[in-house]
Design a protein. Structure first.
Length: 128
């Protein structure tokens, strides 16, 4: 009949940082063969990867605006939103909103890291 053997997930899967290694592990897992608890561990790992990819998508959107080469910032943002709209098949409003969110996320992350002392203004104004 049906096998009663339960699949095994990689050790410390729940602690792995999102990225290519976690993605490789997840691509080999058949959730249907796992215990209920392990299915939750895999679900959390997939959510970490989804968040990771979403963050990278927003980074890429901001990078498109940076690469527009326009001297006018407003024109660069408008041009980037148009490119993003076509590339991701978004409405104009959605592209504008997503790009604005990408910029705000980047700004908030910088503030967060600055406030936590991850980076700072060491050497600022000293010619270093």
């Amino acid at each position: 009949m049906f096998g009663s053997e339960v699949g095994v997930i990689p050790h410390r899967l729940d602690e792995m940082d999102p990225g290519p290694v976690l993605a490789a592990f997840l691509s080999t897992i058949d959730v249907g063969e796992l215990s209920g608890y392990d299915r939750i561990v895999v679900l959390r790992a997939h959510q970490r990867m989804a968040s990771h990819y979403q963050a990278r998508t927003y980074e890429d959107m901001a990078a498109v605006a940076d690469a527009m080469g326009e001297s006018d910032d407003a024109l660069a943002v408008e041009s980037a939103a148009a490119e993003i709209r076509v590339a991701l098949r978004l409405t104009r409003r959605a592209a504008d909103s997503e790009l604005a969110f990408a910029f705000m996320s980047n700004l908030r992350l910088c503030r967060f890291l600055f406030c936590r002392g991850v980076f700072g203004l060491a050497g600022y104004g000293s010619g270093v």
